[in-house]
Design a protein around this ligand. Sequence first.
Ligand SMILES: *Cc1c(COP(=O)(O)O)cnc(C)c1O
Length: 370
Amino acid sequence: MHDDAIRENTARFSALTEGRVMAVLKADAFGHGAIARSVLESGATSLGVTSVDEALALRATGIGAPILSWLNTPDADFETAVRENVDLAVPSVDLLYSIGWAALRVGTPARVHLHIDVGMARDGCAARDWPTLCALAREHEALGAIRVVGVMGHMSCADDPGNPQNTRERLVFESAVRTARRRTLAPHILHLAATAATLTGVGSGFDVHRIGAGLFGIDPSCRTDMLRPAVTLTSRVVSSREVSAGTGVGYGLDYVTRSRTNLALLPIGYGDGLPREASGRAEVLARGRRRPLVGRFSMDMVVVDTGDDVLRPNERVTFFGPGSDGEPTVAEWAEWAHTIEHEIVTRVGNRIPRIHRTIETASQSQGAMS
Ligand SMILES: *Cc1c(COP(=O)(O)O)cnc(C)c1O
């Protein structure tokens, strides 16, 4: 993990938003591991995650900064969340009651952010139910069960700034805030934008910007090259073999060598998150050159065709990285796998240790994300 890149990206978003960045560290920080301190030291003022469990895991590492958890079932451990001063999103009356009861048992009001569905019909309270949610939230405030500190929304098309849906969603959000205030709620932390809506500006300008992908150098709107990729995935050669022309490789023998060549075995497969969909297209950087991965990816291993070069056992091979040494980028892997960069970085599994340093050093494991 290139923590210096994550720090630089965080600082850029902090400058862009005048210091109003909530760093979204869900899914183990998009697969990047323990980087909470790096983002908090670089300008993020709060953290965002989906589940209460993720929030409590951050608290357990000694993080005292504000944390918002926005996606929970009604039986989540809200008592511990309230005790640990975790902010909670409320997208429904069900959640309001669960959180309210938990807070009354603890004896401390829960800090909540009411979540309005501004138009993607996914999470958040439907606009038609919003006035009821606000009225009930006000009653819960009067009981001392909650305190409404924020209102949040999430945009569906923010990577496409010309899309008229963006204007509609911003208006729905602003109208929801007005409704909340008319119900005498006093939310002071308003937030609509994630990475794309911040970079394109269609959702920016409110009190907080929830930045996830951008911290890791991913720009969903493809508008800027100011962000630095923050991860390199490497592995090491298990063994090499010379094969003759006409040799089938891997399950189904889909790939057949055209001439005499050398094959090297790498101990990472789809069980570690390499997208099997990229079989037949993906490349790696090995001994300074791009080489094709050949045959279908297996669960635990893949094979690289190294031509005349015979890779030595233990020799390092790079699957993806910033691209500065000619290695494939996360964006290229996303294209090979017909997916988005987010999925490539978050799916890398637990068998791959996360190494947080700038300078690559040797590792004893099968692979490493550094
Ligand atoms: C994941 C998520 C974010 C962060 O989105 P990015 O595009 O990665 O910045 C923000 N808000 C919500 C509700 C999310 O689920």
